[in-house]
Design a protein around this ligand. Sequence first.
Ligand code: TXA
Ligand code: MG
Length: 324
Amino acid sequence: MPPSQPQILNPDEDGIAYAADLLKDGAMVAIPTETVYGLAADATNAEAVAEIYKAKGRPSVNPLIVHVADLAAAEHLAFFGPEARDLAGAFWPGPLTLVLPKVVAAGVVPEVSAGLSTLAVRIPAHPVAHAILRAVGRPIAAPSANLSGQVSPTTAAHVAAGLGRKVAAILDAGPTDVGVESTILTVDDGRVSVLRDGGIPREAIAAMTGPLASDTMPAKVTAPGQMTSHYAPNAQLDINSPLQDTDAVQIGFGAGPEVDFSLSRDGNLVEAAARLFAVLHAADALARETGRARISVAKIPEKGLGRAINDRLRRAAAPRPDPL
Ligand code: TXA
Ligand code: MG
């Protein structure tokens, strides 16, 4: 009988070499990054990329991020203008993704970018992700390692619970540090726009680039994956809640009354981002165990990492599409 759980690998030399071999052979491996776990596959292998969409149940119009080890590899895949180069210099390796014009002949299969003329590229800061990218020596496509529309994984256990045997192996390097996905930026005519708030706060980007185009005018480009309902637990989520609904599982932030879970008792947004998805997973499990239909989350300030947290919470609370 085949095992019901994927193989769990240690983040040591052997585990990394084994994961790299699986990836080179076209298999999918869940790997840690500093943001969330990614469902990795060889971005130059059309079958491996197709498996990612299939395993996640991801619409084929929602493009993937390509991960590389260094700027030279990134510049091989996409065209960098001066602003993109400055952003890369300031924030890579790290939780930043740049959507840039794609170099067509670079070998990344068109399905990775869902046929768009742009490519999303990122150099992750996690040492294990970095070691794998070096060992594979090819661009790696990696969306978050969850089923499409569900809560992103910040631990190997989250990945196993969501994807199970759809993934050949999971490289378990413990909980991820940042806890929310990368900030996605695009550069158009020298102007920088935010397509998704994430691990690098917009304030840090604007401090370098000046006012962001996305804060002053409607964006011309969008991230197709930013569909309204996403990150959804099974229970219904109420956000910006005064936490007075005692029938709901309660998630607090900052000082306050007794709650089931707190994102950060000190009101620290970095800690809250790191804990967000694990708390949502745990709150959903508690709701299921105790037969509660709702999860209430306290109001989170809309600044720094609070923007990425609120973005994920708004989409987790959004009306769900009808099941197909
Ligand atoms: O932190 C992260 O970014 C994680 C880790 C694993 O690296 N990855 C991640 O991937 O969050 P995913 O697939 O869950 O989200 C990728 C987002 C999607 O919303 C997609 O629409 C957008 O990136 N995207 C990818 N390529 C794009 C493109 N060419 N133009 C606009 N948006 C793009
Ligand atoms: Mg995702």
